[in-house]
Design a protein around this ligand. Sequence first.
Ligand code: NAD
Length: 451
Amino acid sequence: MSIIWCISVFCIFLSATDVIYGADARKDPYLCLRRLRPKNKFLSMNNPFENALKQLHRAAAVYEFPNDLLERISHPDRELRISIPVKMDDGVLRIFEGYRVEHNNARGPYKGGIRYHKDTDINEVKALAFWMTLKCAVADIPMGGGKGGITIDPKTLSKRELEDLSRGWVRGMADVLGPKKDVPAPDVNTTPEIMGWMADEFEKISGDKTKATFTGKPIALGGSEGRGPATGLGGFYVLDHLRKEYSLPESCSVVIQGFGNVGSNAAEVFSMHGHKIIATSDSKSAIFKEDGIDVDGLTVYKTKNGRLEGFPGSKTITNEELLLLPCDILIPAALENQITEKNAGNIRAKFILELANGPITPEADEILLANGIPVVPDILANSGGVIVSTFEWEQNLKNEHWSETEVLDKLKAVLYKQSETVYLKSVELKTDMRRAAFIVALSRIAQSMGY
Ligand code: NAD
């Protein structure tokens, strides 16, 4: 009797999940439970857009800006949410949620990457778009700020499904995109191949042959030399320029959270210039090797095994332990909200270079400042990616192809100059580098907006 009762309850549960959550819930009975839970413990506690606004107000407290400017910049120009239908390989239709936030275009077309992540939501995309407006202004490039995303773990899709989803995002957003309107780029989990599919889809829809609407494309499809390593390399140029000001040694011990595009390229360029990478991580695990990791060897190992754990000679640690290791330079290069008020007081790095966007919460910033740990903020430290993306856009519009040397020389010149500008502003106002970078950016945006 009780067995029959249990079977009936289970059947009612399955049909209810079908009605409420669609047929995919049948294949994954926990889906409805997961959708009812906050998606990410840290993101639900730390709304990245609220953090971005707190940063804005902290900067505005040490420098007088017109209230109208602060009000305008606190609201994105436009938020788009679309449903993207994809016929899955098993014949089931699934609908994915896609976003584009166009934050501000006072200085040029909206510019910013597209993120594919299971925790991506509108608040994350709004924050990232806001930071792009400031980042492009700090770099003094003729671009505004935007960002896009899709809530998806791309590792759960086949290649065909991923391509359909990416092309679907472009179909849904095509009206607002264009070389003079809005120019997307790669971000977390979006590769040059994906940018190539998107550029192709946009060309089919719009007939625009300039290829200047998407950056981060493969070189054969109009991409720029140097775009792949640009963010990691740019971070190195920034650090290299500031190293003496902060009395950092010529050969530093470096910890890098995240061994993706940005983190692995940073690891390579830092180790090439005589620094020692003692720990790094991905979303699954972290490794530590006190006498230094062979970065090329680790790249080969990760490609072959799909993980970092087990790399010969290294010790496995947790991501939490990695952030607290004593070192000269800590480089967060993964996601937002990694250093919060909970762990900031235990950070033992001498210096932090933010290559991820928003890895430190405003509360953590205050703790680090009180503990004398300087932070080079994301909007300066990781601007190498958008700078080379802008070079790619310029090459496409002029139908040119610049050599790698030309691209990297230009990147270095921009970053040395803007690092100096931000550093001098921080000295002049006796404030930290984040507030100084915000002030440099906001002053330039204010000028373009006529304030
Ligand atoms: P990616 O997808 O190539 O790499 C992200 C890496 O972080 C992966 O190794 C992943 O496993 C790891 N990761 C994810 N969650 C983690 C966690 N909780 N702990 C440790 N590691 C974790 O993405 P990316 O392009 O390298 O971007 C990384 C960061 O840099 C993001 O914040 C992104 O917005 C920022 N950024 C990227 C670019 C760019 O050009 N790609 C430019 C500027 C800023």
